[in-house]
Design a protein around this ligand. Structure first.
Ligand SMILES: [Zn+2]
Length: 154
């Protein structure tokens, strides 16, 4: 025994994914036969059933596909975190991923908005990838573009 907490969902197959997340990297799987990436991680390609699939580091960029603001969830740790934004995002590499959008008030969520991966340490020693709006302060972005919104003049 190494003292590692037994965390559901982490096994020898998915361990590289979680270890990468702990190091601030998002991994996807890519098929060597048809070249298509997929997510969540599987040990075969869901497109052509090839077993010749390998881990690949994703860019961490994504766009918002759809979401649902969850106001009630009795399961820990969500119980202490409502409301939160459960989201399906489309990774820049193509696969869609169930995740959570953080640091964004629900009224600012928009289909297609650009997101970037951040990594949140959970209490049980697991780090999970979540997403926040891209290009905003706090993420080391040097872009200082400002887009003036056309006023609604009457
Ligand atoms: Zn394939």
């Amino acid at each position: 025994m190494t003292g590692t907490p037994a965390t559901p969902g982490i096994d020898d197959f998915t361990r590289p994914y979680w270890e990468a997340a702990a190091a601030g990297e998002l991994l996807i799987r890519r098929c060597a036969d048809c070249r298509k990436p997929h997510h969540y991680p599987r040990d075969f390609c869901p497109h052509c059933w090839s077993e010749d699939v390998a881990w690949e580091r994703a860019s961490g960029r994504a766009t918002l596909y759809t979401w649902s603001v969850v106001h009630r969830n009795d399961l820990p740790p969500h119980r202490d975190r409502v409301p939160y934004t459960a989201a399906l995002v489309e990774l820049a590499e193509g696969p869609r991923m169930m995740t959570e959008v953080v640091d964004c008030p629900p009224e600012r969520l928009a289909v297609g908005m650009e997101l970037t991966a951040v990594f949140r340490a959970e209490g049980d020693g697991v780090t999970v990838p979540v997403f926040r709006p891209a290009g905003e302060p706090g993420q080391g972005q040097s872009s200082s573009r400002s887009h003036a919104q056309p006023g609604d003049r009457r």
